[in-house]
Design a protein around this ligand. Structure first.
Ligand code: HEC
Length: 196
């Protein structure tokens, strides 16, 4: 018997007992107590029938830097970060129309790599560039977060992977070199070993 089933059984017995007392006992005080237990037991049963939903933070994905063989692989890691840990997809769409935030379709062709890096790490320093839009700057109800700071807090490697993904999905050549991926604990990047 699970915990919920046990509590449901207890709730049902409380309601049943209360009902029986109401039917057969005449003493007023006991009847009031029985009525209250029916109401409370009923609430408990309703509460227990609501499905339990646990909201856990997204699982932390670790990537083995040493296993990255080519830029395509880096881009696919970036894709996972985009839809997972980076939380980008909470705000941004890719080609399905602009909602609360700019659609990022083709962003890798519109923005240079350095501009993208700055857009991500110093979002307030740049104005949203919409190349088809004329007139006053568009207003977005949401704000681009600093993705290198908490709560998202992506590492430099992870940001580079996301940029690789944005370039790749825009049909551009990925300009992030594998040698730029930093290995934790080693100054050079001669041996890429460790975890992203
Ligand atoms: C809370 C919502 C939100 C999240 C999460 C978010 N962004 Fe943004 N992003 C925005 C908004 C809003 C803008 C428009 C610029 C502004 O007004 O700050 C923007 C702008 C951008 C731009 C510049 C677009 C342009 O055309 O200049 C890029 C690139 C970008 N975001 C990428 C990302 C990536 C990659 C992630 C995940 C690591 C991410 N964003 C997460 C809201 C968000």
């Amino acid at each position: 018997m699970t915990e919920v089933q046990l509590l449901q059984t207890i709730g049902l017995s409380v309601v049943g007992l209360g009902g029986a007392i109401l039917l057969f006992v005449k003493a007023r005080f006991v009847r009031v107590v029985a009525f209250v237990s029916i109401v409370l037991g009923g609430f408990t049963l309703v509460a227990l029938s609501i499905p339990q939903m646990a909201s856990l933070p997204p699982g932390v994905e670790k990537f083995d830097v040493a296993s990255i063989k080519d830029k395509k692989e880096l881009a696919s890691i970036g894709q996972k970060i985009f839809f997972g840990k980076g939380q980008c997809a909470l705000c941004h769409t890719i080609g399905t129309g602009e909602g609360r935030c700019p659609d990022l379709k083709g962003i890798g062709s519109k923005l240079t790599r350095d501009f993208m890096y700055e857009s991500l790490t110093q979002p307030q320093a740049y104005v949203y560039k919409d190349y088809e839009h004329v007139g006053p700057a568009k207003f977005f109800p949401a704000k681009m977060p600093y993705i290198n700071k908490k709560p998202i807090g992506l590492s430099k490697n992870e940001i580079l992977a996301v940029i690789a993904f944005l370039q790749n999905m825009s049909g551009e050549e990925v300009t992030v070199e594998l040698s730029e991926i930093e290995v934790p604990g080693s100054a050079g990047s001669a041996s890429r070993r460790g975890v992203l």
